[in-house]
Write a protein that binds this ligand. Sequence first.
Ligand code: ADP
Ligand code: MG
Length: 241
Amino acid sequence: MRDIEDLIKNNKKYNDVVVQQQLKSKKNIVAYVTINNKPRVLKWFVPGLKKQMKNEYNIINKGSSKLNIPIIHEIDEKNNVLIMNYIIGENLCDIINNKKVTISEKQRLTILLAQWFFDFHNYFKIKEEFLIHGDPTLRNFIFTDRIWGFDFEETRVGKPVEDISGMCASILTTEPMFNNEKFHLCKKFIEEYLNLAPGRINDINTEISYSLLQKIQWRPNDEEILRKFSKLIRKKGIKGF
Ligand SMILES: Nc1ncnc2c1ncn2[C@@H]1O[C@H](COP(=O)(O)OP(=O)(O)O)[C@@H](O)[C@H]1O
Ligand SMILES: [Mg+2]
């Protein structure tokens, strides 16, 4: 297992880094650190993901003055490391799945999330071509007084509906899965995106249905329920719930 302490010990340039907390991540090692007492996030990419690191670096660099995304302080191509500012807030996945948070607060946040995607899609649009986030899961978003987005390794040319349906799949499949509240939040999320960008997304039900099937590869134990809801959503649409 890679350990962030190895990176720090073996590289003089990281002598001043103090690890405060490791952050939940899918692939890479991501930690909240302090560097000369300043709060930072250190993202140490898996070896072999240099292309993804550069992709993330380019997106953040282009977007950070206009979008709610972090700022990069340093890129270390030798060790595959990005250093960013640390956004202190609450992970959106934890808020949306917290029983104690009211439905109206969750609804307000999903509406802000739709606005985040709208801003992101607009900002990187060239003629009729869009860049999409590419890994739209709740864990990749944090709420402070606004929504912040992270993790741009998979950002690529694509259709905005892929982000919107992928986010719906994330909302529906994080515990508690597929309950009424989750369907309600998805409807609000889609509705808000469509209010902002009428006609920009088509065939949302087919896309959500497909996004749910894509999750099977990461969650083989949930195959049955994912297939079941994929089929139901394709048949009666998200509005049918
Ligand atoms: N600059 C940051 N400030 C605060 N939290 C962050 C920052 N960057 C990432 N995170 C948190 O750490 C998690 C893991 O980072 P991420 O870039 O998604 O790594 P991975 O690609 O391995 O999933 C994110 O989901 C986000 O919640
Ligand atoms: Mg991530």
